[in-house]
Design a protein. Structure first.
Length: 182
């Protein structure tokens, strides 16, 4: 039993040192929002004009800031080439976020990608069509510019929503603010 006591004390001290590690070595959460433009591409681009969007998100980044996750919500609206017609997409994405470089850098790039769901609804005149919810895939990147406890970010992504009869693809470009998780 006497031989086990020093081992147990060493394990307890090691556990205490790890548990008391500084807050900078722990995962950090963040939130953000931003407006932007939406560029329709592919078949969707043939009938839709450049649109606008609003985005909100929340996420968590690991201790060194390299890998994290994020969930975002987005509202996108495009006018159509048809007179007095538009399409609205509202959806959410769950993304893996990778931020290479130093966590303390003032400017930091990131890449993200994941899956989500979007509901697409077309309106012609005052007649609103039935909404259709479909799976979506996205891939993109951006830059974060730190300014104290907040940051300005700019990001662009390719989003493909599996709508029927053909998919709706667009590139949202967002400029916004991010708080926390620096």
């Amino acid at each position: 039993m006497r031989r086990k006591i020093p081992g147990l004390m060493a394990a307890a001290l090691l556990f205490g040192a790890v548990a008391a590690s500084p807050a900078a070595a722990q995962a950090r959460g963040y939130i953000g929002f931003g407006p932007g433009v939406s560029l329709p591409v592919g078949d969707f681009g043939d009938g839709a004009k450049t649109g606008w969007l609003g985005q909100v998100f929340g996420g968590i980044t690991g201790p060194n800031g390299l890998i994290g996750g994020r969930v975002d919500g987005m509202y996108v609206r495009h006018s159509l080439e048809l007179a007095d017609a538009s399409t609205a997409l509202i959806g959410a994405n769950a993304d893996l976020v990778v931020s290479p470089g130093s966590a303390g850098a003032k400017i930091r790039p990131y890449v993200l990608g994941g899956v989500g769901f979007f509901n697409a609804k077309t309106e012609v005149g005052s007649v609103e069509g039935e909404g259709q919810t479909n799976v979506a895939f996205n891939l993109g990147g951006g830059l974060t510019f730190k300014a104290g406890r907040m940051a300005v970010f700019v990001e662009a992504r390719y989003i493909n929503v599996s709508t029927d009869p053909s998919s709706s693809s667009f590139i949202p470009i967002v400029l916004g603010l991010r708080f926390g998780g620096m």
